[in-house]
Ligand binder design. Structure first.
Ligand code: AMP
Length: 285
């Protein structure tokens, strides 16, 4: 089933609540792949009812980013959601979510702004305002669906950490469930943006996971000096890569690590042509 309006979705979930059903929410921007599928499967397994939202959220894109060309494949998305056994796709329009005011200007919107310390680094540094847009839309979806559980991928680890902080700070009655990164056999983390890559670029994109897997292997051998671990990345990079960051940070508060430990996450972002890709790995179990 697909629903486009907040009113209809609210009526549906109200009925579910009356029946005492537990509700899971899987927020996505669509162009669903096996990574999204794993989140939906987790929700279907854990909850009586599952809502999958498909919404390319305009306010989380910065000027000059790929908002217009972001892949939109709603029919296929609905098929995948049905196939996994989730109950409803919620696919609102930007107008439904933000009203007319937003479409011309963001000025009329109340935003949820995460703490500066969490957004002045990693993706937040180049994507200014991105996490304001993410927190705002996720907060709206939480208010619309009022789920018991919400499922997010570790693929977007900074986002996950920020959303956990938002839920804690704002006492939102939802439990966030973190789901592991789904990768191709090659190691490449699945992403809707992989669709932008040519075959050659896909080959170049393997550098991300290779760098991370190698750093973890070096750490497992006993190397914990962050500069020594960072150095190992360079042999995987060529002139097609433009490295945006390779950083070692704490898994709870994103604080910088000088010495790696089991709570360290290694974050990487690089551009291949115009395509920006991210990945990360936790050094401990
Ligand atoms: P997106 O549609 O890119 O906004 O992603 C929606 C959700 O799916 C987010 O919580 C992502 O972290 C998660 N996700 C995207 N790719 C993957 C992946 N390869 N493995 C696990 N989760 C993923």
């Amino acid at each position: 089933m697909i629903i486009h309006t907040i009113k209809e979705l609210r009526e549906l979930v109200k009925g579910w609540r009356k029946e005492g059903y537990s509700i899971g929410l899987v927020p996505t921007m669509g162009a669903l792949h096996a990574g999204h599928r794993s989140l939906i499967e987790k929700s279907v397994e854990k909850c009586d009812k599952t809502v999958v939202s498909v919404f390319v959220n305009p306010i989380q894109f910065c000027p000059g980013e790929d908002l217009d060309k972001y892949p939109r494949t709603l029919d296929e998305d609905e098929e995948l959601v049905n196939d996994v056994g989730a109950d409803v796709v919620f696919a609102p329009s930007p107008k439904e979510m933000y009203g007319e005011g937003h479409i011309l200007s963001n000025d009329f919107l109340t935003y949820v702004i995460p703490p500066y310390f969490y957004v002045d680094k990693l993706c937040g540094k180049s994507r200014v305002g991105h996490f304001d847009g993410v927190c705002t839309v996720v907060n709206k979806l939480f208010n619309i669906v009022q789920p018991d559980f919400a499922f997010f991928g570790e693929k977007d680890r900074q986002q996950l950490i920020i959303l956990k902080k938002m839920v804690k700070d704002l006492n939102i009655p939802v439990e966030i469930i973190a789901c592991p990164i789904v990768r191709e056999k090659s190691g490449l983390a699945l992403s809707s943006r992989n669709k932008y890559l040519t075959e050659d670029q896909k080959n170049d994109a393997l550098a991300l996971s290779k760098i991370l897997f190698n750093i973890k292997a070096c750490y497992n051998k006993g190397i914990n000096d962050v500069s020594a671990l960072s150095e190992t990345a360079y042999s995987y990079l060529n002139s097609n890569h433009s490295l945006e960051y390779l950083e070692f940070r704490d898994c709870n508060d994103l604080d910088e690590k000088k010495t790696a430990d089991d709570d360290t996450i290694v974050f990487i972002a690089l551009k291949i042509g115009n395509v920006r890709l991210i990945d990360n790995i936790k050094l401990g179990l």
